[in-house]
Design a protein around this ligand. Sequence first.
Ligand code: FAD
Length: 469
Amino acid sequence: MNLGPRSRALRAGDLGPGPVLYWMSRDQRVADNWALALAQRLALDLNRPLAVVFGLSPGFLGATWRQYAFMLQGLREVEARLRALGIPLLVHLGDPGEVVAACGQEYQAAAVVMDFSPLRLPRAWKETVVRRLRCPVLEVDAHNLVPCWLASPKAEFAARTLRPKLWRKIPDFDALPPALIPHPFPWPKVVPPVDWEALASGLAVDRGVAAVTWCSPGESAAQAALDRFLQHGLPFYAAKRNDANAGVQSRLSPYLHFGHIAPWRVFHAVWHSEAPPVSKEAFLEELVVRREVAENFCFYNPQYDEVAGFPAWAQRTLHDHRHDPRREQYRLEELDAGATADPLWNAAQHQLVREGTMPGYVRMYWGKRFLEWLPSPEEALAAAILLNDRYQLDGRDPNGYANIAWCIGGVHDRPWFPRPIFGTVRSLGRSGCWAHFDVVEYVRRIDGEEAATQVPRPPRARRPLPQTS
Ligand SMILES: Cc1cc2nc3c(=O)[nH]c(=O)nc-3n(C[C@H](O)[C@H](O)[C@H](O)COP(=O)(O)OP(=O)(O)OC[C@H]3O[C@@H](n4cnc5c(N)ncnc54)[C@H](O)[C@@H]3O)c2cc1C
């Protein structure tokens, strides 16, 4: 059994007499899915049926209806695509670890193949499965260009330390998985269509945060978004990606987060496109290096969402400035409502609440303010994560944890010039935004003319900020 370099055995053991099960969790797609391809290869080698199991957690890290609606709609497409291949999708509501362990036992699975995630809760689910089953359990990293555990054996200091390692290894990992074939070994029983409405009604999530309308879920929509970006965004990406009004970012993050599109599909499309090399390079820096350094951070740092997970120099400097006076302070409800004295921040928060997204540069500005406005780094971190995970369509992602830790705790950064409250953690003010985009225009677009008139005049010198390391 050649498992290929993207997989590793979490549990050896004797093959069970039943089917092969693929536990889909983070990579919710049929096309270009190395984990599903490996599961089918295994089933074909063993002459066994194959099923895909999805454990639908009734609540997940503060996710709301916004994120669940997107996910469930995407899974409907997964069901249809699998059905066309003769592979059933079994969806059960419950703790995913328990669901998969129970399915593995009930069907006496030959083996279970699962997705990789660096986050704590999915890792706990995985441990349940490994503990409860006797058959082989294999993990496949179908979410990263280079499998996270092979990209680096340790927590990296910064993007610059991971970058050369990734680029050295990418030629070994950039192949697309083999296409699936109609599965020749049928599932022994007829599986009725998934009752999506019943599943949705069993969720214990906040339905006050509505589904988004700007981004359609699923594999087909993800491919269409990629095609649009190649034509309308990528050619201008290097020059305009930090301009919050330009709309040249790919908006692929929800698809990447839910696994509706494979990073190597995006990588290939960009690599072989006719866009200017400088734009391809800038985009691949984000897609490959920044995204995978975030995975590295969460995988090797169990305290990825705590101040104790910040680098030692940042913890020291934040501690030294812990009691610096804050000119303004806001309660969480005021932040949630976007009711601060800063029209730019308010517009960002309003866009987040209404649309479940913000342009990348605005996210940095938004994330940097928490430290100034809350009484301690601990409260700043908790509030930023809470709002990010509640409203961002792509929230609860390693990218979110790593970037918020960058904003507040200098993760993947270096000490900067000392400032009140921030100490030597890099600060980012409104002038940084003015250097990249018309702040008044952004506020006008989100909050209207009256809010735009409240935006303080830009500082005279518009100096571009240095890039982060
Ligand atoms: C405070 C803060 C919170 C954030 N929260 C999230 C989050 O919850 N989920 C999330 O996916 N991203 C998050 N980001 C990272 C980044 O802002 C978004 O990934 C990006 O803006 C998504 O838009 P896009 O897909 O159009 O990106 P593009 O600019 O088109 O980039 C393509 C892809 O590269 C990756 N990428 C881009 N920028 C970064 C970055 N700075 N770090 C890591 N990967 C990156 C993403 O996967 C993105 O989809 C956050 C950033 C900050 C500063």
